[in-house]
Each structure stands twice: as structure tokens, then as C-alpha cells.
Design a protein around this ligand. Structure first.
Ligand SMILES: C[S@@+](CC[C@H](N)C(=O)[O-])C[C@H]1O[C@@H](n2cnc3c(N)ncnc32)[C@H](O)[C@@H]1O
Length: 258
């Protein structure tokens, strides 16, 4: 079966721009949990958007991404940040296959206090089978009392817009940008596809993204299968508890003991 994947190598050039036009407010969630962490593993680090919010905190931050172009932009942004960039370790790897050793020749896995998959990164890995592998990679590298966080859209509340709508506009460095978007959902494949047009006076850049969604019941089943517990479930980035009308499902998880 065809697996729909977002081409992040194509997205890389526009990623930060698009997030500047429509800025998410997800950092708050990570701020709360980063406070008690010495080491963070970010799955799908992208251009380092979240990392850079916390770079001053002197946390050991490991970032995984399988897009060369996204990682390159992250590196460029870190380059001027001496000595803080020494706390950051970037690995180009598929998060579904991750195996970070404690030391180079060790057979022991390195573990982290906090593992995060921000901006729905888990949804861009592929279908449920791949998502399970990506969570397994996280659990393998999670310390015993560590926290694992992933956010997913609540598929019951997808706003379907088959026609392009204006999502946001902003003038950046004297250039006006308009961001238009439309989306479709294939409930059988559990696939949400977005089509974006980034418009300037001169250009129209078309971008596509594909995200595989999970229902809450799917995540509960997966948590039972993999042996982790959901200690909190938020419905948005303002820490409101999830309900059926929430836009987001933000899972705060721990390993199950005993
Ligand atoms: C929506 S972006 C999130 C980037 C960043 N975490 C943020 O919050 O801005 C998803 C990222 O996950 C990466 N990604 C997708 N599938 C992946 C996989 N199987 N392994 C590693 N990274 C992956 C993409 O390349 C992309 O950079």
C-alpha cells in the first residue's frame, strides 16, 4: 500500500516562514516538563524551532530527523550560538529505527528524562505500524521516571475545507506573505492531507503535507500493548483537559512499572 509522506526536504526552505505566519503556542507544554529534565530527546527536530526556545537552559538536547535539509537549517541556526550549541547533538535517522548507545562501543541504550515529538511529528512518520515503532524507539530511550510527550490532532474535530482559505498573512522583511490552505481527510486510511499555497507578490509556492491520525482509543490500545501509561491528556497547549471537542490530543506518558 502507498504510504503518503510529507517531503520535508522540500518544506525545509519554507518551514520557519510558515510557522512565523501562523505561530503555534506549543512551547508552553514543553516548558513545564523541561524544568525537571537534564536531557531531552526530540523526535523530528526539524529546523530546531522548539530547541531554540530552550537553548539557554543548558540542557543536553539530542535531535533526530530523517530530513537532511531540515537538519541542515537547524545546524545553520545553531552555528553562531557558541558555547550553547555544544549541548546539542543532531542525528540524521529514522525515529522508527533509533538506537542511540550510551557510549560509542556500548551495547546499552542511552536514556533521556524527556522525550518529545513536537508539532505532530509522530503523525508524519507513516501509518500506525510506523508510529508504534517510533513510540517504541522513544520508550527504549526513556529513563525509568522519564516523561514522553506527543501531540496528535483530534480527528473528530478536523475542519474540512475543500476550497483554499486564507490561514494567515504577515509582512516579513518588507515582503508580504499570504498563506492559503485546504485539506482533505481519508477516514479509511486515517490520512489527513493538507495543501498549502505560500503567496508573495511574485510567487505561489505549493506545498503538501500528509499526516496519519490515531483516535484516542487507538492510543489507549497502543499504550496497553507497549506498556506505558498516559498520565495526562490535554486538549490544547493551554493545559486544558481533553474533551471530545478539543482540537488537540497532547499525551503526557510514563513507563508503566510493575
Ligand atoms: C512537523 S515537523 C516538526 C519539527 C519540529 N519538531 C517543530 O516542532 O517545529 C516534523 C519533523 O519530523 C521529521 N520526520 C518525519 N518522519 C520522520 C522519521 N521517520 N524519522 C525522523 N524524523 C522524521 C520531519 O523531517 C520533520 O522535520
Amino acid at each position: 500500500m502507498i504510504q503518503y509522506k510529507t517531503n520535508y526536504d522540500k518544506w525545509a526552505k519554507y518551514y520557519d516562514l510558515i510557522y512565523e505566519i501562523t505561530p503555534p503556542d506549543d512551547s508552553k507544554i514543553y516548558k513545564k516538563y523541561i524544568k525537571n529534565s537534564k536531557s531531552v530527546l526530540e523526535m523530528g527536530i526539524g529546523t530546531g524551532r522548539i530547541l531554540l526556545d530552550f537553548i539557554q537552559s543548558n540542557i543536553q538536547w539530542t535531535g533526530i530527523d530523517n530530513s537532511e535539509a531540515m537538519i541542515e537549517i537547524c545546524k545553520e541556526k545553531l552555528e553562531p550560538l557558541q558555547p550553547l550549541k555544544e549541548n546539542v547533538y543532531l542525528i540524521k535517522e529514522d525515529m522508527a529505527k533509533l538506537d542511540i548507545k550510551k557510549e560509542k562501543n556500548s551495547i546499552l541504550n542511552k536514556t533521556f528524562d524527556l522525550i518529545i515529538y513536537p508539532s505532530h511529528s509522530l503523525m508524519s512518520v507513516g501509518e500506525e505500524k510506523e508510529q508504534i515503532k517510533a513510540i517504541c524507539s522513544g520508550l527504549k530511550h526513556l529513563s525509568n521516571e522519564g516523561i514522553l510527550i506527543f501531540d496528535l490532532h483530534n480527528p473528530n474535530n478536523y475542519l474540512l475545507n475543500n476550497e483554499y482559505q486564507l490561514l494567515g498573512s504577515k509582512t516579513i522583511k518588507n515582503k508580504k506573505y499570504l498563506l492559503h490552505s485546504k485539506s482533505d481527510v481519508d477516514f479509511e486510511k486515517k490520512l489527513h492531507s493538507n495543501h498549502q499555497i505560500l503567496e508573495t507578490e511574485r510567487d505561489k509556492i505549493e506545498l503538501k503535507s500528509h499526516e496519519y491520525f490515531l483516535y484516542l482509543e487507538d492510543v489507549i490500545r497502543i499504550s496497553d500493548e507497549l506498556g506505558f501509561e498516559i498520565v495526562n491528556l490535554y486538549g490544547n497547549y493551554n493545559f486544558e483537559i481533553f474533551n471530545e471537542f478539543s482540537e488537540e490530543m497532547i499525551f503526557i506518558c510514563k513507563k508503566k512499572h510493575g
